[in-house]
Design a protein around this ligand. Structure first.
Ligand code: ADP
Ligand code: ADP
Ligand code: MG
Length: 650
C-alpha cells in the first residue's frame, strides 16, 4: 500500500470515465484497457495510456484477468479499479491482482467470495441477527440463482403447476450466465420496496453507513430510477435498517465501498437480500446528498489511509435515472446504432450527468446498453424530481432509440410522485408508450417544412418529390415519413411568404415560420411558438425541441408492390447471440413453434414461426452473433411443402 501514482481501470463506459475523473483529482495517472469493439471509445482515448485487451470476443475482453493484469504490469500501475460488473465481484481476480503485487480496489477477496453466493450471504446476515427473506414455502415464491446478479435467472412462481418448468429454465439460465446452476427459493414479498444502504469501511476498524437509496422502480429486477432519502423511511426505521446494514458489514470485516440491499415489505418489516461488494451504478445519488466522493474514498482506503470523515449528514434529496439504448415501443429490446446527436444539458450545478458516449460512437450489442445516468439534486424531493424531468426533456439524443420518454412517464406518474412506488410498479402500471399521434403529426409537419426550406430550396431534390411544387400549392407534393412507429403521408404547400399549410390523412394545420438558422427553425403552430433543432444523418432527420424530440425517417413515396411470398424467414428482432437451434432442415413446424433461442443482453428470447410449413434452411449457427433483422430460419409455406404434405398423409 501507499499512495498510488497509476491506477488501471478494468472497465469501460461511464464508470471508467468516472473512476478516471477521481484519479485525476487525486493526481493519479489513469490507465485504460479496451476491447476491439471499444477502440474508438472515449474511455480509451481519454486515459493517460490505454492497453488493448482484444482480440477476445469483445464481451470477454474485460473479463480476461490475465491480460488486464499484464496491462497493469506493463504500464506500471500499482492498483486496479474494477468499476461495477465484469470483474468487480470476482474473488479470483482480486486474488490474482494480489499475487501480481497489485492492489485490488475493493474489499478483501474472501469478503467478495462470501458474498458472491446469495445462500452464503443469507446465512451470514441471519447469523448476525439481521432478518432475511423466509425460504420458499408456499406461493408466490421467487427462484434465484445462488451465484446470480443483475436480475438474471430470477423467476416469480405463482402456482405449484408452474414450478417445475420455472426451475428448469432458471437453472439453465443460471448455468449459462454464471456457470453454476444452483438455485435458491425465497418467499416472494409482494409490494416490497428495494431499500439499500451504502457502507464504507477502512483497514483501521472504521465502518460507517452513508444512508439509504430507494431503488424500487425496476424492470426485470433491474434498477431504473434511484433516489435518496427513501420516501418510505422515517427516522426510526432508517436507524434500525442502518444498524442492520452495519451489523452485516461488521460480520464481514468490510473494507471499501459496498451496498447492503434490503426489501422493505408494505407492513414495515425489512429483509436482507444481498451485499454488492463494489461501487454501485447508483452511487452518485449518495454523493449528491453527502457531498462525498465515493470513488476517491475507495482509493484512499485501498492506499491504506484511515477514513477521516466528519459525521456524514445528508442534505436535500437526489434522484437518478438510467438512460438506456433500448426501445420501449418494442418490449424494451436493446437498440443499436451510431449516436448521431448527443447533447446533454450543461451548466447546472444541481445536475450531474455521467455518460460514456459521444457523437459518432457506435452502440453495439456487446455491452450493457446504459448510455448515461442523469442525477438531479434539490432541497426536497419535488424540486429534485422536477429538475431531473427538465434535464431529460432538454437532453438531445438521436441515432439509437432510448427509454427517455419512458423515464419521464415514470417520473411524472402520480403514484411515483406520491412516493408510493414499489418493485411491482411496472407490472401494476404497464407503460403504454409514446406521445400521442398529435405530436407525431407536428414533428412530421416540421420535418416537411425543414426539408422544403433546405433541400428543395437548394434544388437538391429527392427523387420521389415532384419538382416545382412551390409554384403551385395545388400540385400536391407529398412525402412519406416514419415518425416512431407511425407512417405519415404529408401534403403541403406555401400559402404565402412563410405561411404553410400541411395536411395528413386525418388532420391539417397552418404553420408559420418565424425565423430560421443554420440548423434551427422557430415556428408557430396552432398559436404556439417553439424552436426546433435539426440534424441529418443519411435518410434520418433528427428533430429536437425543448419539450420533445423525434427521429424521422424518409420513406419511398410509393410502397413496394405486395406479392404473397411462398416462404417466410424468421428474423432476429434484436441484436443477440444464438443460444440454441431447435429445428432441423426439412422439419415440419406449426405456427407458434419455437425455432431458435436467442440471448440478447440479459434475457432469453424464443423466435417462433408465424406460419405452418417446413424448415427450408437454418441460416445461423449456435453461438453466432446476429444483427437486428438478420434472417435466422427459412420456412416454406405448407402449400409448397410437398414433403410436409406427404408426411402428414402417412
Ligand atoms: P447495481 O445496478 O445495483 O449497481 P446490478 O446488479 O444491476 O447492480 O449490476 C450492476 C452492473 O453489473 C450492471 O451493468 C450489470 O449488468 C452488471 N452485472 C451484475 N452482475 C453481473 C454478473 N454476474 N456478471 C456480469 N455482469 C454483471
Ligand atoms: P441481483 O443480484 O440480481 O441484484 P437481488 O437478490 O438483489 O438480485 O434482487 C434483485 C431484485 O429482485 C430486488 O431488488 C427485488 O426487486 C427483487 N427481489 C429479490 N428478492 C425478492 C423477494 N424475495 N421478494 C420479492 N422481490 C424480490
Ligand atoms: Mg441486487
Amino acid at each position: 500500500m501507499g499512495a498510488f501514482r497509476r491506477i488501471l481501470i478494468a472497465n469501460r463506459g461511464e464508470i471508467a470515465l468516472r473512476v478516471m475523473r477521481a484519479c485525476r483529482q487525486m493526481g493519479i495517472s489513469p490507465v485504460a484497457v479496451y476491447s476491439e469493439a471499444d477502440r474508438l471509445s472515449p474511455h480509451a482515448r481519454l486515459a493517460d495510456e490505454a492497453v488493448a485487451i482484444g482480440p477476445a470476443a469483445p464481451r470477454e475482453s474485460y473479463l480476461h484477468a490475465g491480460r488486464i493484469i499484464e496491462a497493469a504490469r506493463r504500464t506500471g500501475a500499482e492498483a486496479v479499479h474494477p468499476g461495477y460488473g465484469f470483474l468487480a465481484e470476482n474473488a479470483e481476480f482480486a486474488e490474482a491482482c494480489e499475487r501480481a503485487g497489485l492492489v485490488f480496489i475493493g474489499p478483501r477477496p474472501e469478503v467478495i467470495r462470501r458474498m458472491g453466493r446469495k445462500d452464503q450471504g443469507r446465512a451470514l446476515a441471519a447469523a448476525a441477527g439481521v432478518p432475511v427473506v423466509p425460504e420458499g414455502v408456499g406461493f408466490p415464491l421467487l427462484i434465484k440463482a445462488s451465484a446470480g446478479g443483475g436480475g438474471r435467472g430470477m423467476r416469480i412462481v405463482g402456482r405449484e403447476a408452474e414450478l417445475a418448468e420455472a426451475l428448469e429454465s432458471a437453472r439453465r439460465e443460471a448455468e449459462a450466465a454464471f456457470g453454476d446452476g444452483s438455485l435458491l427459493l425465497e418467499r416472494y414479498i409482494e409490494g416490497a420496496r428495494h431499500v439499500e444502504f451504502q457502507i464504507l469501511g477502512d483497514y483501521h476498524g472504521n465502518l460507517v453507513h452513508l444512508f439509504e437509496r430507494d431503488c424500487s422502480i425496476q424492470r426485470r429486477h433491474q434498477k431504473i430510477i434511484e433516489e435518496s432519502p427513501s420516501p418510505a423511511l422515517d427516522e426510526e426505521l432508517r436507524v434500525r435498517m442502518a444498524e442492520a446494514a452495519l451489523s452485516v458489514g461488521r460480520a464481514l470485516g468490510y473494507t471499501s465501498a459496498g451496498t447492503v440491499e434490503f426489501l422493505l415489505a408494505p407492513g414495515g418489516e425489512f429483509y436482507f437480500i444481498e451485499v454488492n461488494t463494489r461501487i454501485q451504478v447508483e452511487h452518485p445519488v449518495t454523493e449528491m446528498i453527502t457531498g462525498l466522493d465515493l470513488v476517491r474514498l475507495q482509493i484512499e482506503v485501498a492506499e491504506g489511509r484511515p477514513l477521516r470523515l466528519p459525521t456524514p449528514r445528508p442534505e436535500g434529496h437526489a434522484i437518478e435515472a438510467r438512460l438506456y439504448a433500448e426501445d420501449p415501443a418494442s418490449g424494451f429490446l436493446p437498440s443499436t446504432g451510431r449516436i448521431a446527436v448527443w447533447s446533454p444539458p450543461t451548466g447546472d450545478a444541481d445536475l450531474r450527468i455521467e455518460s460514456g458516449v459521444e457523437e459518432g460512437l457506435e452502440v453495439g450489442i456487446h455491452y450493457d446498453p446504459l448510455l448515461a445516468k442523469l442525477i438531479a439534486r434539490g432541497p426536497d424531493r419535488e424540486t429534485a424530481l422536477r429538475r431531473l424531468c427538465g434535464a431529460l426533456r432538454r437532453l438531445a439524443v438521436h441515432g439509437v432509440s432510448t427509454n427517455r420518454e419512458f423515464l419521464l412517464w415514470v417520473l411524472e406518474h402520480p403514484e411515483f410522485r406520491a412516493g408510493r412506488a414499489h418493485t411491482g410498479f411496472l407490472d401494476q402500471h404497464p407503460y403504454e408508450g409514446g406521445a400521442g399521434p398529435g405530436e407525431d403529426f407536428l414533428f412530421a409537419a416540421i420535418a416537411a417544412l425543414w426539408l422544403d426550406r433546405t433541400q428543395y430550396a437548394h434544388r437538391r431534390l429527392l427523387p420521389d418529390v415532384p419538382s416545382g411544387f412551390r409554384n403551385n400549392p395545388f400540385r400536391d407534393p407529398s412525402l412519406r415519413l416514419r415518425v416512431g412507429s407511425a407512417v405519415i403521408t404529408l401534403h403541403w404547400g406555401r400559402l404565402s411568404g412563410d405561411l404553410y399549410r400541411v395536411c395528413a390523412a386525418d388532420r391539417q394545420a397552418e404553420v408559420q415560420v418565424v425565423s430560421e438558422g443554420a440548423s434551427r427553425l422557430t415556428v408557430a403552430f396552432d398559436g404556439l411558438q417553439r424552436t426546433f433543432e435539426f440534424r441529418e444523418s443519411g435518410q434520418e432527420l433528427f428533430v429536437h425541441c425543448p419539450t420533445a424530440s423525434r427521429a424521422i425517417h424518409r420513406l419511398p413515396r410509393y410502397p413496394e408492390p405486395q406479392t404473397a411470398p411462398s416462404h417466410e424467414t424468421a428474423n432476429s428482432p434484436m441484436p443477440g447471440q444464438v443460444l440454441r437451434i431447435l429445428v432441423r432442415e426439412g422439419q415440419a413446424v406449426r405456427a407458434g413453434d419455437c425455432l431458435i433461442v436467442l440471448e440478447a443482453m440479459k434475457m432469453e428470447q424464443s423466435i417462433r414461426t408465424t406460419i405452418d410449413g417446413v424448415v427450408g434452411a437454418v441460416l445461423v449457427e449456435a453461438g453466432q452473433v446476429v444483427a437486428p433483422g438478420q434472417k435466422l430460419v427459412q420456412i416454406h409455406r405448407e402449400e409448397d411443402g410437398a414433403g410436409y404434405r406427404a408426411k402428414e398423409a402417412e
